[in-house]
Design a binder for this molecule. Structure first.
Ligand code: ADP
Ligand code: MG
Length: 678
């Protein structure tokens, strides 16, 4: 009996060699072949010149009203010119170095040209002459192929596959969803993707297939979430309410409403026997560290240990110092463990952790190494969590008996990414800054204005304030990087001598050297700190009021925003100055956006749009799945719909039992483990 799971070798024209080549594309079964969708379409639809953007690539069709004239110039260069009439407009067409096309242009006859439109000159720079009668050329699918399998071969095989097997393509969506969104049927959509009748129908097919992709993913995310929360036995962390109230009352400030709200959310999770798996987002300076301290305190009051894991040593030290201060008058034992903790101290810390002499540990990756054992780990917090891979996150969790987990991030994650990369988590957002903050003023200047800026910055220094100066990482060359920072340091040292002290901090320094420099900046023996991006996250020196960023166009928006968040942390007016000579439009746009908004969510959305999801998170480890047809940025409406529908279905715990969901549950089961999302 025929089945979609048949190997593609059953198709005529597929032998062992070709099978291997198809396998290399990930195509094993007929189903793989039929769902090997084009990633884009060549759009050779004929256009009219009224509404074409400058430099857009289009196909224009008209009557050739002159012959093609070829002229030679330079060394073996030639140019072919003719005029074409479209409606009442005369269009100049030019081909470069394709004089052999001359014969194809016949005066008085219709011709279709694919080329790049110059709106000012009303002229087309030709790329290719299309044989006007050829329908196939107009709108054709483009597949990812390799050098052994050509586009044509693939289209051919898909055609054969459809002929033989299309009746077996089953509908997997519940009828109600198809009705609700007026979707094409699955079978029709699959066919239309490969052999589009026209653009409108193809768009309908894409809409359906994109929904399918997103919906399958979201259904799996919801399943994960269900397993995380409902099925895995969590801890009931029954904290002492009175002690917790006393701790909050002793804080040097009143919590913002947003802080209170998220603290409540998290405390509810702690108390609940279900497992906590929550993401806490808050812009730089919104006060996440305090929230972390409160819930760590809660866990400790219930007799548990807590761990706080951060990506850099400087940040770990910073948090350690803040927490020690916050816990000063309370009976909480806390330690710091990083890569540079001395062997003897490390041994003691590990022993104290294992015997529960220690309540809270703060550290870097050192926390997930072999030999770090807890007595009763109840709560794990990771800060700036997208810097940790999924596996590292898991390792830390496995150190306890399924402890509650909170992920904190100061890079606001655009919603489309949050629901893909972190779709299985609960999300809390601190969307309010502590009262009394004066918005940071951001200015963009060109490098030649640097001296003016430095002169101006003396005003702040005279008030006793401090300045950060950041130099960018120059890709692939730590040496250049250092030189860059060193040169800036020398320049500033010279400029501000002898009145003000300048220090230099960079990634190549030993941990204790860094510590000394940071310490000197904090205690104000240094007025100006020149640094590479090592200070990017978390550093807290409220007396610093200027953030000066050199070559600012080399940074992404999210990173610039992080850096800017290092100032404006007290009640003093603060400034961020971007020094940059952007080489391209996106660079200019980035600088402008920075001066226009202080809202981290707005910036991160822009950043995502400008750089794409991979770049946004920096690395592939981000956990964002690759969709074949759907684009999480461009198609985010669909992504959101798919999520809502998946959530709605999972709200009914017995959804699999309902007749209308049979196709759905069978499909998901059959594709379990095959999907790249697992
Ligand atoms: P984040 O970690 O979110 O960047 P922090 O927790 O470091 O922010 O807080 C930034 C600064 O604001 C710190 O100096 C902190 O003491 C202070 N702060 C936090 N919450 C409040 C509040 N509710 N009112 C006043 N100041 C606060
Ligand atoms: Mg719990």
């Amino acid at each position: 009996m025929k089945s979609l799971q048949d190997s593609v070798i059953v198709l005529p024209g597929v032998g062992p060699k070709r099978l291997e080549h198809l396998n290399n594309l990930g195509i094993y079964t007929i189903e793989d072949l039929l769902t090997y969708f084009p990633f884009r379409y060549n759009d050779f639809q004929v256009r009219s010149i009224e509404n074409i953007a400058d430099q857009e690539k289009v196909v224009l069709k008209g009557q050739a009203i002159t012959e093609a004239v070829v002229s030679h110039y330079g060394y073996r260069k030639n140019r072919l010119n003719f005029k074409m009439l479209q409606d009442h407009a005369v269009i100049n067409v030019t081909f470069f170095n394709q004089h052999y096309l001359q014969k194809q242009v016949v005066q008085g006859e219709d011709i279709a040209v694919f080329g790049k439109w110059d709106d000012k000159r009303k002229s087309l720079t030709g790329i290719k002459i299309l044989s006007s009668g050829n329908q196939e050329d107009e709108f054709s699918p483009i597949y990812h192929v390799n050098k052994h399998i050509r586009q044509r071969t693939l289209v051919d095989l898909i055609g054969k596959g459809l002929d033989e097997y299309q009746e077996l393509i089953e509908e997997w969506l519940p009828e109600s969803l198809i009705q609700k969104y007026h979707f094409l049927g699955r079978k029709e959509a699959v066919k239309e993707m490969h052999f589009p009748q026209d653009m409108a129908m193809n768009e309908e097919a894409r809409r359906r297939i994109i929904f399918d992709e997103f919906f399958e993913f979201q259904m799996r995310m919801q399943e994960l979430r269900y397993q995380e929360k409902i099925l895995s036995q969590g801890l009931e962390i029954l904290y002492d309410v009175e002690q917790l109230k006393a701790f909050i009352a002793a804080l040097p400030f009143e919590l913002t409403n947003a802080q209170k709200q998220v603290t409540n959310d998290i405390c509810r999770d702690l108390r609940s026997p279900l497992h906590m798996h929550r993401l806490l987002q808050g812009d730089v300076g919104s006060g996440k560290t305090v929230v972390a301290a409160i819930i760590l305190f809660a866990a400790v009051s219930a007799g548990y240990q807590g761990a706080l894991m951060v990506p850099t040593e400087i940040l770990a030290e910073q948090h350690f110092i803040s927490l020690v201060k916050l816990f000063e008058t309370f009976d909480v034992k806390i330690a710091l463990l990083t890569g540079s903790t001395k062997a003897k101290e490390r041994r003691e810390i590990l022993a104290d952790l294992a015997s529960h002499q220690l309540d809270i540990i703060i550290g870097t990756h050192a926390l997930i190494q072999e030999g770090v054992n807890f007595h009763k780990l109840g709560l794990v917090i990771t800060d700036e969590q997208h810097r940790f891979g999924v596996n590292q996150r898991k390792l830390l969790r496995e150190k306890g008996d399924n402890p509650d987990v909170l992920f904190m991030t100061a890079t606001p994650i655009p919603r489309t990414l949050a629901i893909t990369a972190y779709g299985e988590m609960d999300v809390s957002i601190i969307d309010e800054l502590p009262a009394g903050r004066i918005p940071i003023v951001t200015r963009w200047v060109r490098p030649k204005q640097l001296e003016t800026v430095l002169e101006w910055s003396k005003k702040e220094l005279q008030k006793g304030h401090q300045i950060y100066v950041i130099c960018p990482l120059i890709e692939e060359s730590e040496a250049l990087d250092l030189k860059n920072a060193e040169e800036t340091y020398a320049l500033l040292d010279h400029f501000f001598a002898p009145d003000y002290q300048v220090g230099l901090l960079h990634g190549r320094m030993k941990a204790n050297e860094k510590e000394t420099i940071m310490e000197n900046f904090k205690n104000k023996s240094l007025d100006i700190l020149v640094s590479t991006t090592v200070i990017e996250v978390g550093v807290d020196v409220p007396n610093a009021t200027i953030m000066l960023i050199m070559d600012a166009d080399r940074f992404g928006l999210a990173q610039l925003h992080q850096l800017r968040g290092r100032v404006g942390r007290g009640s003093k007016a603060s400034y961020c100055v971007l020094v940059a000579d952007p080489k391209n439009d996106t660079g200019v746009e980035r600088m402008k956006i920075m001066t226009e908004t202080n809202d981290g969510f707005v910036l991160s959305q822009k950043d995502l749009e400008m750089r794409g999801p991979g770049e946004f998170f920096g690395v592939r480890q981000s956990g964002i799945p690759q969709f074949l047809v759907g684009d999480i940025v461009a198609d985010f409406n669909m992504l959101e719909l798919a999520r809502q529908e998946a959530v709605a279905i999972w709200q009914e715990e017995q959804w699999q039992q309902q007749p209308e969901n049979h196709g759905l549950s069978e499909y998901l089961e059959r594709h379990q483990g095959q999907s790249e999302f697992d």
